[in-house]
Design a protein around this ligand. Structure first.
Ligand code: MSP
Length: 498
């Protein structure tokens, strides 16, 4: 039986159109799916939109729409965008989907029946941005640290998920399973949260309907709706086919969640304990990335620097944007986006290094071999060296991807492309052809260069699939006619304003 691999993006709040942050996670998920598929895994991916909660109600009101209509529109924009960009997940879950609502209610009832939920009177300071009551450490000068707005005092009956009794178990689980939360810094952050429990406690998982009607009703008290995070996390199960898809168990056995660092707590603390309460196994990996800043500033609606993936496609082509995202962010750390940096990177790596290698090769095959790639023939020491470098690059890519160092994986492929360029320079078939009996050397060097380029195309496929496909298509197989075409990647320029 094939091994399964399932990977998820966070489900995006349906109050904002796709931006660079969403695009990054979506692209990483697509890359991981392709990489695993190449290695024979049965892959499945989940994405979606998070549509309940006060944040949506506020955003809908601001546009004079009811929340159902509003979230439907934004969700449709997300779905269209990912489909157009070729990075749509296998299942897109809207939290308003009937199968999801059924799962949330079924699981709430299951957890309630097993004694994990109790009602309590609650009084505290609530931040609508976070959709939760804040603790002192969440605030600075009376304002929510993340949203820079004053939380509202509230007193209400809430149902609590008795999560704190499992902190010891969770700490142990994280300690025993080093890859459970990665990279290391976030594993440590999660352990620190659990060590210092004053920032945590039991989790309020209900909102009185009198205050918030827009949500999934608690099956055991119809006067309350489910807290949006409890609802949202369950979307991963819905997306994997819970409860009765025949592949659900296999999919869940090797599930990886990809998230940005701001949503570590719900994923590292709430979710594993929720799964335990539901009688389900924990996820395999939680992989946490940093933040993109744009021109050194935080991405925000008010600054208008959200960086739309469709606008980037229009300006530079989506593969160029995708390449930059994967090459530039060291997974786990923050990275900075700017259009000049993108242009410079794409020109250096794709137009110069790789693009030149391909066009030189195709031109030489055309000129010296009548447009047909020769059979490899005998390998001398330079070819043996090239083969060693190819194998080293393949091993490096696998090791890097397994540890989520996607930027290093891409760098290794480009370094190999540089090595092939140097091999071709060294062999100089354009000179060899002028030597008496130089035909054999010409055929050998162009055969090995083409074979190396085919390996590069294979290695690049998970990262820049269209570009990789184009390289493979133009080269064809040994003995086939090549297709020359124009530049692989047009040299980019930063558009001038105005
Ligand atoms: N709806 C929740 C997630 C629920 S998952 C069960 C949510 N949505 S979000 O739309 O606000 O954020 C989605 C993802 O985008 C998060 O992983 C967040 O970290 C990421 N990003 C938002 N802005 C970002 C950057 N500027 N850079 C990188 N990622 C960032 O949170």
């Amino acid at each position: 039986m094939k091994r399964a691999y399932t990977v998820t993006t966070p489900i995006y709040y349906a109050n904002a159109e796709p931006h660079i942050g969403h695009t990054y996670t979506t692209v990483v998920v697509d890359t991981l799916v392709r990489w695993h598929r190449q290695r024979g895994f049965e892959t499945w991916s989940v994405s979606g939109t998070d549509e309940h909660g006060e944040k949506m109600v506020e955003a809908a009101e601001a546009r004079g729409l009811d929340p159902a209509r509003f979230t439907e529109q934004i969700s449709a924009v997300h779905q269209r965008t990912w489909a157009e960009l070729g990075v749509a997940a296998s299942r897109f879950v809207r939290t308003t989907d009937p199968d999801h609502e059924k799962n949330v209610q079924g699981l709430l009832q299951r957890v309630y029946d097993a004694g994990w939920i109790e009602p309590r009177e609650y009084e505290g300071l609530y931040c609508v941005g976070c959709e939760r009551f804040l603790t002192e450490r969440d605030m600075e000068n009376g304002l929510c640290r993340d949203h820079e707005r004053a939380p509202e005092p509230r007193r209400e009956t809430n149902y609590f998920f008795l999560m704190s009794r499992e902190f010891g178990w969770l700490r142990e689980h994280i300690l025993q399973n080093p890859g459970f939360i990665r990279p290391e810094r976030y594993r440590n952050e999660a352990l620190a949260m659990l060590r210092d429990e004053s920032g945590l406690g039991d989790l309020s998982i209900s909102r009185p309907k009198a205050r918030l009607g827009w949500g999934i009703e608690l099956p055991f008290d119809r006067e309350h709706v489910c807290y949006v995070w409890f609802d949202a996390l369950i979307s991963y199960l819905t997306g994997a086919g819970f409860p009765d898809h025949p592949d659900f168990e296999a999919r869940w056995a090797n599930v990886e969640h990809l998230i940005g660092k701001d949503i570590l707590k719900p994923h590292a603390v709430f979710w594993p304990i929720m799964l335990k309460a539901m009688g389900l196994p924990p996820y395999r990996h939680l992989s946490v990335h940093g933040y993109w800043t744009v021109d050194e500033r935080k991405v925000s609606k008010s600054l208008g620097n959200m960086v739309s993936p469709l606008a980037m496609r229009e300006r530079y082509g989506f593969e160029a944007f995708r390449y930059f995202l994967l090459r530039e962010m060291s997974f786990g750390l923050d990275a900075s986006f700017s259009e000049p940096a993108l242009v410079e990177r794409v020109n250096a790596d794709l137009a110069n290094n790789l693009g030149n290698l391909l066009s030189r090769t195709l031109n030489l095959v055309e000129k010296l071999c009548g447009g047909v790639i020769p059979e490899p023939g005998e390998a001398g020491p330079p070819e043996a060296e090239l083969a060693r470098e190819a194998e080293a690059a393949e091993r490096a890519v696998d090791a890097h991807v397994e540890e989520l160092r996607l930027h290093d994986a891409v760098a290794s492929i480009l370094a190999f492309s540089g090595a092939v360029n140097r091999y071709l320079d060294g062999e100089a078939p354009w000179k060899a052809v002028k030597q008496p009996g130089g035909d054999g050397a010409v055929r050998r060097s162009l055969a090995h260069t083409s074979a190396s380029l085919r390996r590069i195309a294979g290695l690049l496929e998970p990262f820049v699939p269209e570009l990789a496909g184009e390289i493979a298509r133009r080269l064809g197989g040994p003995g086939e006619r090549i297709t020359k075409g124009g530049p692989l990647v047009a040299r980019l320029e930063v558009p001038t304003g105005g």
